[in-house]
Design a protein around this ligand. Structure first.
Ligand SMILES: NC(=O)c1ccc[n+]([C@@H]2O[C@H](COP(=O)([O-])OP(=O)(O)OC[C@H]3O[C@@H](n4cnc5c(N)ncnc54)[C@H](O)[C@@H]3O)[C@@H](O)[C@H]2O)c1
Length: 440
């Protein structure tokens, strides 16, 4: 089966590569000439563990190719996936569907024979029907179906998530489209991964409901963490005690500096907006959005307390800027709130991140970049752990403290404990949701 994939970002590229690994012939299309040039040369424009090897294997096998030419990609394809961005629209919180609709129109003009147009991008309920309208208007004679196939992969573990999904959700209107989708996912079906075939609206809603639920879970534990600090409880112990309850589960119960990334912030906003439009507001999600912003701001106050009320003249080393480990994605990362507050407050900020520099250099003006956390900490007044990359989980804290002018540690991912900090010679330490402050 031949498949075309529109968009070679975090979702499109991983999906395209994995579909080719299923044995399909996949042509990936992007408008970004730089990305296609890199891909044609065999290099991967994003950081995603294991993607380079899998891509090479399938290119070598002749099943995977890259182009800017949509017409050629669509020729003979039975399905075309739309995996373009759906960022927040400026001003109103809605998902911006400009790229999706533009892709739909381009597909309509390029397609000649029956094709299933599958939206993999996260899109508000009702979008697939609008895609169908756009296609019909642009090419009234085209024989086609639309399908909704939201993606649930996590950056940093994307290949495993795609190859061994908890579930695949497919929304269709016709048996013909359902058959094409079943053939595409046949390798997963054979291995008995759950495949939910449903209507378009339910598929679209499932994605938003899942993301909003996960964002709520994170925000819930962040609020519990704030209370733990006041009452002398330890949020790590509380989360463990909660998470061992099978009805709750232990995932997404790590207190931290607020959720970020390319999905939760925009998807919660878009869901809240859709619900308002249908006069069925989801107040819980609206509150989650507000609380998460407050959580990020609370982190700045925590660091300010560690710096005796002023960032001015302080040297701060920040370890980790990406929104989570194992990705180079900086979209809506907490670092984009916290670092500008440090710089704006008059600190000299040094930054260290295994993969964040390429994006971060433009997004974080006024900082200097270091490859080595110990070099970043030399003569610093404060070290802040903002992303729990493995290399920051096993720091030699004593060596770090020794290099600093005033050894203070802001551990916003609860990687260490107050005891670790005390033993290593830190004067001051704060973490999230734990009362046992080491005060400077
Ligand atoms: N990133 C994630 O972890 C994740 C997970 C699940 C779902 N999603 C959803 O998947 C969608 C894509 O997200 P992403 O992170 O991969 O985005 P991205 O910004 O990394 O990639 C989008 C790509 O589409 C290309 N593009 C845009 N319009 C095009 C067109 N008309 N023709 C060809 N190429 C075009 C862009 O150049 C870009 O390379 C979004 O809706 C997102 O919400 C993302």
């Amino acid at each position: 089966m031949k498949i075309a994939m529109i968009g070679t970002g975090y979702v499109g590229l991983v999906s395209g590569v994995c579909f080719s690994d299923f044995g399909h012939e996949v042509v990936c299309v992007d408008k970004d000439a730089r990305k296609i040039e890199m891909l044609e040369k065999g290099s991967v424009p994003i950081f995603e563990p294991g993607l380079d090897r899998l891509m090479e294997r399938n290119v070598d096998a002749g099943r995977l190719s890259f182009t800017m030419d949509l017409n050629a990609a669509i020729e003979g394809a039975e399905a075309v996936f739309i995996a373009v961005g759906t960022p927040t629209r400026r001003g109103d919180g809605h998902a911006d569907l400009t790229y999706v609709m533009a892709a739909a129109e381009e597909i309509a003009k390029a397609a000649k024979d029956y094709i299933v147009i599958v939206t993999k991008s996260t899109v508000p309920v009702g979008t697939n029907r609008k895609v169908a309208e756009v296609v019909r208007a642009a090419n009234p004679d085209l024989d086609f179906d639309v399908a909704s196939n939201p993606e649930f992969l996590r950056e940093g573990a994307a290949i495993d998530d795609f190859m061994k999904p908890d579930r695949v959700v497919v929304g269709v209107q016709t048996d013909r489209a359902a058959e094409v989708m079943a053939s595409i996912y046949r390798p997963l079906y054979l291995r008995e991964f759950p495949i939910i075939t449903t209507d378009l609206e339910s598929a679209e809603m499932t994605k938003y409901a899942a993301n909003a639920f996960l964002a709520t879970k994170i925000t819930f534990i962040n609020e519990i963490a704030a209370l733990c600090e006041k009452v002398g409880a330890d949020v790590k112990q509380v989360a463990r005690g909660m998470g061992l309850d099978n009805r709750i589960g232990n995932k997404f119960l790590h207190a931290g500096p607020g959720y970020g990334g390319s999905c939760f912030p925009k998807d919660t906003k878009a869901l809240a907006r859709t619900a308002q439009e249908y006069a069925a507001p989801i107040q819980l999600v609206e509150t989650v959005i507000k609380v998460n912003d407050e959580v990020k701001r609370r982190m700045v106050d925590k660091l300010l307390d560690l710096c005796d009320g002023s960032f001015n003249g302080k040297t701060v080393a920040v370890l980790g800027v990406t929104f989570k480990p194992n990705t180079d994605d900086m979209r809506d990362a907490p670092s984009l709130t916290i670092i500008p507050a440090l710089v704006g407050g008059g600190s000299t900020v040094r930054v260290c991140d295994p993969q964040g520099r390429r994006e971060g250099e433009t997004l974080l003006p006024g900082v200097t970049w270091h490859d080595d956390p110990y070099a970043a900490a030399a003569d610093a007044d404060l070290v802040v752990i903002l992303t729990e990359w493995n290399e920051f989980r096993a720091l030699d804290l004593e060596a770090l403290a020794k290099r600093m002018r005033t050894p203070r540690l802001g551990d916003l991912r609860n990687v260490y404990s107050v005891e670790d900090a005390r033993k290593a010679g830190f004067q001051a330490y704060v973490s999230i949701g734990r009362a046992d402050l080491l005060a400077g």
